[in-house]
Design a protein around this ligand. Sequence first.
Ligand code: GEK
Ligand code: PPY
Length: 243
Amino acid sequence: MNSELDNIYATPSHQVSDFVFDQKVAGVFNDMIRRSVPGYAQIINTIGDFADSHVTPNTNVYDLGCSLGAASLTIRRRIEQRNCNIIAVDNSESMIQRCKENLSAYVSDTNVELICGDIRNIEISNTSMVILNFTLQFLPVEDRDALIGKIYRGLLPGGMLVISEKLRFDDNKMQQLLDKHHLDFKRANGYSELEISQKRSALENVMKPDTLTHHHSRFDNCGFSHYSTWFQCFNFVSMVAIK
Ligand SMILES: Nc1ncnc2c1ncn2[C@@H]1O[C@H](C[S@+](CC[C@H]([NH3+])C(=O)[O-])CC(=O)[O-])[C@@H](O)[C@H]1O
Ligand SMILES: O=C(O)C(=O)Cc1ccccc1
């Protein structure tokens, strides 16, 4: 996978514009997400483990907001010989283009259908696994319940949803503590104060994290009776829910 260095926010800008998944971001995304999200590599690997133990033969697997295809690539390696279909969706053309190149760099007997489109308009059916790896947080808040409900209905009994997100905390002390440690993580990975603050402004109107309580009540309301956090580092969490 390509690894150009992320220096998108390294030069001062008078007016930082809203964050978009354009060609510039797609070109550095592999570096950006690894240096910005604590636990990202572990989460991707573990998604592969979950797929190995959970994806059943002749079913669909959905990777919603697939970006460069990191989750799809890992899953595909782990579910050979099961006659499954991976459906990877993203509404950024630049991401889909690069995802296509990444997927074609390896051979596999598992078909990957790449869709450039909005995950709110995708039909979900006959699925044993759905991945929302840091994608729900970019959807308008009012559209999130409907997406999780649609996923629940498309899952087969025993099917699994893996959802990773940045969290917000109602408790101010915890918000400050975990946010500080996330920023320290970014500094330790070479981001400057300018890069950190300009990216923060760019994300402000675009990425709106929910609280853990909100995620839990959404799971409840959509019908999931089994769910748990399986990973958390600071304000980043990955949860698993089973139908
Ligand atoms: N409505 C939408 N429809 C389709 N795609 C969307 C939509 N909204 C946002 N996206 C897409 O969701 C992705 C979110 S990144 C996912 C990382 C990946 N899962 C990974 O495992 O590396 C997370 C991050 O950047 O923190 C972007 O590629 C958007 O274009
Ligand atoms: O960079 C951050 O501060 C984040 O919260 C994570 C992130 C990672 C990649 C794109 C957008 C947000």
